[in-house]
Design a protein around this ligand. Structure first.
Ligand SMILES: [Zn+2]
Length: 116
């Protein structure tokens, strides 16, 4: 009897906001010349090497310029010192971790306000 492999469905990732909750890349300023210049300066300074896992990023899509301190938490948008090169996988993990921390902090704030 032939063995059938079921289709893979990735688990829903907690902490990722729905796309409709989030402004698009243009609205977040990622299409501006200032951002493009900052991104290139960060990637060239780090020689396209992921600062987390050490992988050399092969292509434009794999090399991400990440804000070490997120802009939402007061990080400087175009400061080279607040930028690092991350591969796509490490950047996704970091963003997920940050979103989870933000969610847990907002939950704590809600609990503190409601007296729990
Ligand atoms: Zn990496």
């Amino acid at each position: 009897m032939p063995f059938r492999i079921g289709s893979f469905k990735p688990p829903r990732l907690r902490g990722i906001k729905k796309p409709e909750d989030r402004p698009n890349a243009h609205q977040r300023g990622y299409c501006s010349n200032a951002h493009k210049q900052w991104r290139m300066a960060v990637l060239i300074r780090d020689a396209y090497q992921c600062q987390d896992c050490g992988k050399i990023c092969g292509g434009k899509r794999d090399a991400h310029a990440d804000h070490i301190l997120p802009i939402a938490e007061g990080g400087a948008r175009y400061d080279l010192e607040n930028g690092q090169c991350l591969c796509a996988a490490c950047h996704a993990r970091k963003t997920l971790r940050e979103n989870r921390n933000a969610d847990s902090q907002s939950d704590q704030g809600t609990q503190a306000r409601s007296g729990f």
